[in-house]
Design a protein around this ligand. Sequence first.
Ligand code: MN
Ligand code: MN
Length: 366
Amino acid sequence: MGPRNVPLERENPDLLASPYTDSGTIPNLKFSFATARNRLITGGWAREVTVRELPVATELAGVNMRLKPGGIREMHWHKEAEWGFVLAGRCRITAIDELGRSFVDDVGAGDLWNFPSVIPHSIQGLEQGVEFLLVFDNGSFSENETFLLTDLFAHTPRDVLAKNFGVAEAAFAHIPVDVEHERYIFAGQVPGPIAADVVQSGGGIVPHTFSHHMMAQEPIRAPGGWVRITDSTNFPAASTIAAALVNIEPGAMREIHWHVTDEWQYYIAGRGRMTVFASGGKARTFNFQAGDVGAVPHGMSHYVENLGDEPLRYLEMFRANRFMDVSLNQWMGLTPPELVQAHLNLDAQTMAALRKDKPIIVASRR
Ligand code: MN
Ligand code: MN
């Protein structure tokens, strides 16, 4: 009878009328980039979902960024490792490591990168511009607190700069010293062919490449979809962040499972729901669509079900060296059947259906 925000209620039907199995108080496990403040700048935009937006997600933070053609994410570094996934378009990324070994690459949709802690780097949009997701291995990270090249120059005495670079003080008369002492994201010219952008280093190139073609990996196929897992075993640079790109067909479901570390999710396409079981009789169900972030504290079991007519695609992210999950079905299938039956009173047909392998994604029974 009272006022309602109908569009938001339509996006969250399982909050409005929860499954009968939901119970108890569970912290919020969803935040959409659509409700994060967007920082619009000349060369593009950026918005972030951190522990301030989603308090339960203390281990990872995410940034959704767009760079126009030629748009430059300023040369910078930060304490946190940065994992990046290209959503659309293309960009050029550069970095060096502590031994002066260089790195430059062009990446497109489905490619990712990982810059370890404090490694300085840059990102620039190519012809069609670029949009990507960044994930950092600290929920308290802020994209607004990175170490920026222009900020460093603006806060170093000119005579010290002159001494550092062995030139006259006048050489720094025109460095940017605007109100915010930074460029952060700014417009630029689309760079030429990558071969012309390779700066030769006496130290050579970085031994473990900072980029990776995730979509070129052979996926793990299941009847209800596929998964591509990227962690330090197949991408050594990603030593602190592990990822799984999950694609679930309509009606299918990521099986009930749990992890040793917190999960941070980013939804890329489709529409689905997830119930998180938190022990002590507590469970809560959330709905997700493209652009949403989900969180699951470690140990809590969950499934992700595709409720739409198109594939549901999302990233499972972990602050971990390796991807790991525990399957409910496999656990029960590898436990003495009499023991399982003593708990749940299952019939023989259901007991026979239990799996010794890991289903990962189960197809719709219809
Ligand atoms: Mn960065
Ligand atoms: Mn999971």
